[in-house]
Design a protein around this ligand. Structure first.
Ligand code: 5FU
Length: 265
């Protein structure tokens, strides 16, 4: 199982260029932390990104919440990704038919495919959403995560829906590198040899249990060790209060310690 393997071993065995880069960065920087900087100005996003850059493998963005978005922001984020060695994941959660998401991914104001190494999609519309995104993403060597589960209370992504995400990903392995989820799913239906999906898990917090709007938090140890996920996604736990850099270091260590415990088990 991928779960007991080192990220470096998984990098050598993978075929998707983005998945390989992500695993290599994780091993090189000893971090499975992705920071989600959900702020609404360019200056704040750049400040947080530069501060947490050394401690993350991936920056998660919601580019459509910025009130002063421009392409200079993309140039600067791309420069910071090079400077600190991390990937960018636009948490766009595409949810329309294949033809529409293809346009949303490639065009519009944000031109997500041109700068975001990873993006994600709901499977509500069926497999056509993956086919549409893949037409844009594969030539650019991007990776897609499917939303198999969500961290919020009352999420409808459960049971058969979650399993269908796994089945769709298996049929589209060239582009689908993994899932947004709360636990590793391979145990639920038979595992195929050489299959390796990346599980990124939001809803991570060391002190808070929720936010009053449905978000539910688990600790890095619960996510990485108990649930077998690969990347912890942390937002307000890092930039919400206290010292952003110290918080990032704390989550980086907690996530990495849980990973070491997992592979040494
Ligand atoms: F797919 C999901 C999910 O199931 N839960 C989430 O919280 C995505 N998220 C995102 O992770 C959400 O949109 C935020 O950007 C981030 C969590 O932020 P927090 O501040 O750590 O709660």
């Amino acid at each position: 199982m991928a779960q007991s393997k080192r990220y470096s071993e998984r990098a050598s065995a993978h075929t998707n260029p983005t998945a390989i880069r992500l695993f290599q960065i994780m091993e090189r920087k000893q971090t499975n932390l992705s920071v989600s900087a959900d702020v609404t100005t360019k200056a704040e996003l750049l400040r947080i990104t530069d501060a947490v850059g050394p401690y993350i493998c991936c920056l998660k963005t919601h580019i459509d919440i910025l009130s002063d978005f421009d392409h200079d922001l993309i140039d600067q984020l791309t420069a910071l990704a090079k400077k600190h060695d991390f990937l960018i994941f636009e948490d766009r959660k595409f949810a329309d038919i294949g033809n529409t998401v293809k346009l949303q991914y490639s065009s519009g104001v944000h031109k997500i495919a041109s700068w975001s190494h990873i993006t994600n999609a709901h499977i509500v519309p069926g497999e056509g959403i993956v086919k549409g995104l893949a037409e844009v993403g594969i030539p650019l060597q991007r990776g897609l995560l499917l939303l198999a589960e969500m961290s919020s209370a009352g999420s409808l992504a459960t049971g058969e829906y979650t399993l269908e995400a796994l089945r769709i990903a298996r049929r589209n392995k060239e582009f689908c590198i993994g899932f947004i989820g709360q636990r590793r799913l391979e145990g639920l239906i038979p595992v195929e040899e050489k299959e390796d999906f990346i599980y990124m898990s939001p809803g991570v917090g060391l002190t808070s249990k929720g936010d009053g709007l449905g978000q539910q938090y688990r600790t890095p140890r619960e996510v990485i060790l108990d649930s077998g996920c690969d990347v912890i996604i942390v937002g307000r736990g890092i930039y919400g209060s206290g010292d952003t850099v110290e918080n990032a270091k704390t989550y980086q260590k907690a996530g990495w310690d849980a990973y070491l415990e997992r592979i040494e088990k």
